[in-house]
Design a protein around this ligand. Structure first.
Ligand SMILES: Nc1ncnc2c1ncn2[C@@H]1O[C@H](COP(=O)(O)OP(=O)(O)OP(=O)(O)O)[C@@H](O)[C@H]1O
Ligand code: SF4
Ligand SMILES: [Mg+2]
Length: 333
């Protein structure tokens, strides 16, 4: 079965005046199937939003290929988004910024239909249906965005995205700006829509506990690369990449006991000048001498996941990671 969305060797660059070109996404392979939620996690600045924006055609690719619904949709260039990419919709962190404060929400949701030549009255009826689909009442269509809570506004933004009948949603931190009470309900709504409408969703989030709950598979990014990807439960129970382990060990446990984070020395390196060899080697608690020279590719392991680390071998079961060495003061500096 061909993937709904597939990126192969994808690179995305920012060209900055007076500064070196920043390759924010480098050699990324990613696959999303219909009906699937793929969580995308990693520290701030690792390239999650850049990757999301590139796959929906809002940023041009510097290298690689993107296929959507079996069709190649790269290179995208800087021209208008090609029409075939309307089936890919993005949901952003701040729904207020993406809604026009001076227009009734029903009209804004109906715009997608009107663009397709549907009469305004029919578009209004369909907008009402979409409002109900996202858990709001159809008769709220005549209200303005400021009359809603943050969670309700995000539901409106989701309804507007659905008006183009998308088969794939890229949700970039869609719940981070919401109250704790709205976070779970909006995340659950997105997952329910993915299942009901047989869409695919890339769910970008800082909140690893939410990703653990809702994502079928999880991709972990570090400094522009995907370093591990696979079924969420597998990754959480036995991470194959030292960076994945460090990330998830920083997440508090449900029983409140917390887990001692595997300490990572230093900050994330400058992505414009990534370290040679494995990009994670200056911070890796399991670093070996060869890691400074060898840049391990993302390789498929026997259990179906992929990891980019010299400790793992292609086609072999994921090797359990050893306890990290204590962090020496010199490494910390
Ligand atoms: N418009 C831009 N021009 C130049 N550099 C950019 C631009 N947008 C992002 N970057 C840089 O590209 C890298 C990746 O940024 P990106 O926003 O994709 O990361 P992210 O993983 O989404 O981070 P966060 O978790 O903070 O949202 C960062 O180093 C960032 O500073
Ligand atoms: S390749 Fe080496 S430095 Fe990179 S994650 Fe694996 S052990 Fe750590
Ligand atoms: Mg981001």
């Amino acid at each position: 079965m061909s993937a709904l969305l597939e990126a192969t060797g994808l690179a995305v660059e920012y060209h900055r005046r007076g500064a070196p070109t920043l390759r924010a996404v480098d050699r990324v392979d990613l696959r999303l199937d219909r009906g699937e939620v793929l969580g995308l996690v990693g520290e701030s600045g690792c390239g999650k939003s850049t990757l999301g924006r590139a796959v929906v055609g809002l940023l041009p690719a510097a290298a690689g290929e993107i296929r959507f619904d079996g069709r190649a949709v790269t290179p995208l260039g800087r021209r208008r988004r090609p029409r075939e990419l309307r089936g890919l919709q993005m949901v952003f962190q701040d729904p207020y910024a993406s809604l026009n404060p001076r227009r009734r929400i029903g009209e804004q949701i109906g715009d997608g239909y009107v663009l397709d030549g549907v009469a305004r009255s029919e578009a209004a009826r369909r907008a009402g249906d979409l409002l109900e689909r996202v858990g709001l009442s159809a008769n709220t269509a005549s209200r303005y965005p400021h009359e809603f809570s943050g969670g309700q506004r995000q539901r409106i933004a989701i309804a507007r995205a659905l008006a183009t009948d998308p088969s794939c949603i890229i949700a970039d931190e869609p719940i981070s700006a919401l109250d704790a009470s709205a976070q779970a309900s909006v995340a659950n709504l997105l997952v329910a829509l993915v299942r009901e409408l047989d869409m695919g969703m890339v769910f970008i989030s800082h909140d690893l506990s939410v990703v653990r709950q809702i994502a079928d598979r999880t991709a972990v990014m570090y400094l522009g690369r995907v370093v591990e990807v696979g079924p969420t439960q597998q990754i959480w129970s036995a991470p194959a990449h030292p960076y994945t382990r460090a990330l998830i060990s920083a997440v508090p446990r449900a029983d409140g006991a917390g887990v001692l984070p595997v300490e990572l020395p230093g900050d994330v390196p400058d992505p414009a000048r990534p370290p040679a060899g494995c990009r994670f080697h200056p911070r890796c608690p399991l670093v070996r001498p060869e890691c400074a020279r060898h840049d391990p590719p993302l390789t498929v392991l026997r259990d179906g996941r992929s990891a980019a680390c010299v400790l793992q071998s292609p086609g072999e079961p994921a090797r359990p990671l050893a306890e990290p060495h204590p962090v020496s003061p010199s490494m910390k500096e």
